[in-house]
Design a protein around this ligand. Sequence first.
Ligand SMILES: [Zn+2]
Length: 237
Amino acid sequence: MFDVSRLLQKHGVQAVFTNREGGAITDFSLLDEDKLAHNIQLLCHQTHISTPHQAIQVHKDEVLHCSGLGYIHQQEADILLATERGVALAVRTADCVPILLADEQAGVISAVHAGWKGTVAQAVLKAVQVMCAHGAHVEKIVASLGPCIGSCCFVVHADVAQKLDDACQQRVSFYRNGFCFADLALANQDQLLSAGVRPENIETLPHCTACHLDPSYYSFRRDKGDTGRQLSIVMLA
Ligand SMILES: [Zn+2]
């Protein structure tokens, strides 16, 4: 039902990424708020994580600083920030990259939703900068990139590939069989390194949301938009 970030766990940070295994309680989309609240309650009970803060995700790079008990903010933000222990943050994804970040010693965490637009906007780079502005030290930040659409499946238009390449230090798109593919996880790793995060402090979960089975995932591309959402949550105890 969920994967735990081993890297963040090693650093004393709670971080989980849900998958599609486990029936009706795996969908965390905003479409049915009663069902969402029920599923979050079950997940939080299993993981011993507080009810997380969530926002309206719009594929941009606005930051929402959260405190206290979590709820769904009616505010647009793709970067959530917290500077208090016991405050949980969550993003919903189905192919986009969920990125969970923490500086355990400074007590600063962030959850980022980065699809191709958020990656072009360098949302994860901004998240690291905002964390540091709130007392985090970049060399202490650990980051986990959760399941997202892989470069095996993410076909993009050439102009999107160009924008992604321009947002990174290295090329993150390539051609195969006449189609252009992009590597969103690599792009976000690249931006984390540009922000000064240490390579050994970055973890990337391997599964492609579109083609991986056991566990399987919700995939916006594969299911042509008619799909659920994974939830990725981070918290400092
Ligand atoms: Zn794939």
